[in-house]
Write a protein that binds this ligand. Structure first.
Ligand SMILES: Cc1cc2nc3c(=O)[nH]c(=O)nc-3n(C[C@H](O)[C@H](O)[C@H](O)COP(=O)(O)OP(=O)(O)OC[C@H]3O[C@@H](n4cnc5c(N)ncnc54)[C@H](O)[C@@H]3O)c2cc1C
Length: 409
């Protein structure tokens, strides 16, 4: 029987364990935390957005995102949904193709995975931090920080990236891979909130709106996304901001100045917006300027917008607003440019971009091209997905593929 050791009991490691065991291997999962699957519990705001029915390879990033196609085909979205249905997870599809368990509880996903692992006889060893992997004569020796040593025919590194270290993934998977000769694409934060230079965010924190965010650098639009945007006390968040944060970070690392442009009323052109304001100011000229925006904009946001437009007396009658002032208001509503300082850090980044260079991995099997018998699964590789279930799908697909192939004699 092939002996497989899996480093890391996250989404990809647990799936790899199930696939390897179902294909006849003897499997041990070594997990550094006191429990496996801690990150799964935090996903989808505790509801676990575990896949996406609209998946395409365009949802994936890295130096060579096409690498992901192999595993995403061999254990695809439908197979994933069917497999979870078999495990007991009735599923539902929500907006933009996001798949959730019917129970709305991430814990149920972890519960059924652990039940199946136990049923099949996969050994879970927790509190076991892998600090070294050596290969001698086709055999792997795996060492943990508590001075224990394990022997295996195959090893799967499924140790995740660097994000949310309190949930277990602290970047140690990169060091293990490096010591085995693998190149690492410099990791950086993705799906993370963005900090902005201005000070007024505390005033408008908590305000949400459906809008578009564009990433600008040197007057070029580098990325954009639409959806629910949220102002916070440090800057800005919400799914579209998380989605563009990858590009924001890339630009920051290139030493470029980065701006976020917000379209607060995304369904109107600048001309339509101007016409609307002319109409509102002309039909209600006696209303104060600030009150004129009631029903059009969030009440807390209006004074900030008017201040940004350089209007000193925001209570003056709307009829007294000059054309120049109106144009400036329109410009802020349509092209509000905010300077980025940085992103919020590893503790808040949902995903790690960068990781083990995929050129050195076989895309069909997830086996290392440098060390036969060594496999990779999940976020530890230089593949990251958009917000919306794509990262967990990558963990399931690459985990399943690695486990299935590692079990082959
Ligand atoms: C707050 C949050 C919400 C998210 N929501 C979603 C969502 O709704 N949908 C989605 O698709 N994605 C979501 N993601 C991303 C998704 O959770 C990850 O991409 C996915 O869990 C990665 O799985 P993984 O197995 O590769 O790594 P991880 O889940 O990070 O697991 C790695 C495991 O390896 C262990 N480990 C690390 N080093 C060692 C070592 N040296 N020895 C032993 N064990 C080790 C860690 O403790 C950890 O348990 C979210 C992420 C976060 C942080």
């Amino acid at each position: 029987m092939v002996k497989v050791i899996i480093v890391g009991g996250g989404a990809s490691g647990l799936m790899a364990g199930l696939a390897a065991r179902s294909n006849g291997a003897e499997v041990t999962i070594l997990e550094r935390m006191p429990r496996v699957g801690k990150k799964i519990l935090a996903t989808g705001n505790g509801r676990c957005n575990f896949s996406n029915v609209n998946l395409s390879i365009e949802n994936y990033h890295g130096k060579n995102p096409r690498f992901a196609q192999g595993a995403l085909n061999s254990f695809n979205v439908q197979q994933t949904i069917d497999y979870f249905e078999y495990l007991g997870i009735a599923h539902k599809v929500e907006e933009r193709g996001k798949v959730y368990p019917m129970s709305d509880q991430a814990a149920s996903v972890l519960d059924v995975l652990r039940y199946e692992l136990e049923k099949l006889g996969v050994v879970e060893t927790t509190g076991a931090e892998v600090v070294g992997i050596e290969k001698k004569n086709n055999c792997f020796f795996v060492h943990t920080s508590d001075n224990k040593h394990y022997q295996a025919d195959r090893v799967i590194i499924a140790a995740g990236g660097k994000s949310y270290p309190n949930l277990g993934s602290n970047g140690s998977g990169f060091d293990l891979a490096k010591k085995l000769g693998h190149r690492i694409v410099e990791p950086f934060q993705a799906l993370v909130q963005v900090k902005l230079a201005e000070e007024f965010y505390k005033q408008i924190k908590g305000i949400k709106f459906i809008g578009t965010v564009e990433v600008l650098s040197g007057n070029n639009v580098k990325d954009k996304a639409t959806g629910e945007i949220l102002f916070t006390e440090y800057g800005i968040s919400g799914p579209p901001v998380l989605d563009v944060s990858r590009v924001v970070n890339q630009l920051i690392h290139q030493g470029k100045e980065v701006w976020l442009k917000l379209l607060l009323l995304k369904d109107m052109t600048e001309g339509q917006l101007d016409e609307l304001l002319i109409y509102r100011f002309q039909t209600q000229p006696q209303k104060s300027l600030i009150f004129n925006f009631v029903g059009l904009l969030n009440k807390q946001l209006t004074p900030v917008i008017l201040k940004e437009a350089g209007i000193k007396d925001i209570k003056k009658p709307a009829g007294n607003v000059t054309t120049d002032e109106r144009k400036k208001i329109v410009s802020i509503l349509h092209n509000w440019c905010l300077k980025v300082t940085e992103t919020r850090g590893w503790k808040s980044a949902q995903v790690t971009a960068g990781g083990v260079e995929v050129k050195d991995i076989n895309p069909k099997t997830m086996e290392s091209k440098l060390n036969p018998g060594l496999y990779f699964a999940g976020e530890v590789m230089d593949i990251d997905g958009d917000c919306g279930g794509f990262n967990l799908q990558w963990a399931w697909s690459s985990g399943y593929t690695a486990g299935e192939n590692a079990a082959k004699y």
